[in-house]
Design a protein around this ligand. Structure first.
Ligand SMILES: [Zn+2]
Length: 77
């Protein structure tokens, strides 16, 4: 009876370890992909507020980079 209880605990422990391993290993490749994406993206500084924003979200007005259309409009005034 006591051996059966130990065996049951061992099975539960192995199952928990397997479940934990599945959940831990799954998001890892996505995180690496995300890091390489952000690293390869060029950062531009907003002429109005000085914030660094990715080049894809930068608004260019008269060749000047801005973090948003709002800052581009405010700098023109
Ligand atoms: Zn700005």
């Amino acid at each position: 009876m006591f051996i059966r209880l130990i065996l049951l605990f061992a099975i539960i422990a192995i199952l928990l370890w397997l479940i934990k391993r599945l959940f831990v290993e799954d998001p890892a490749p996505r995180e690496i992909e995300h890091h390489t994406k952000t690293r390869s993206e060029n950062m531009r500084q907003c002429k109005f507020c000085g914030v660094h924003a990715p080049e894809t979200s930068i608004v260019l007005v008269n060749g000047n980079p801005y973090c948003s259309q709002d800052h581009a409009d405010r700098d023109q005034q």
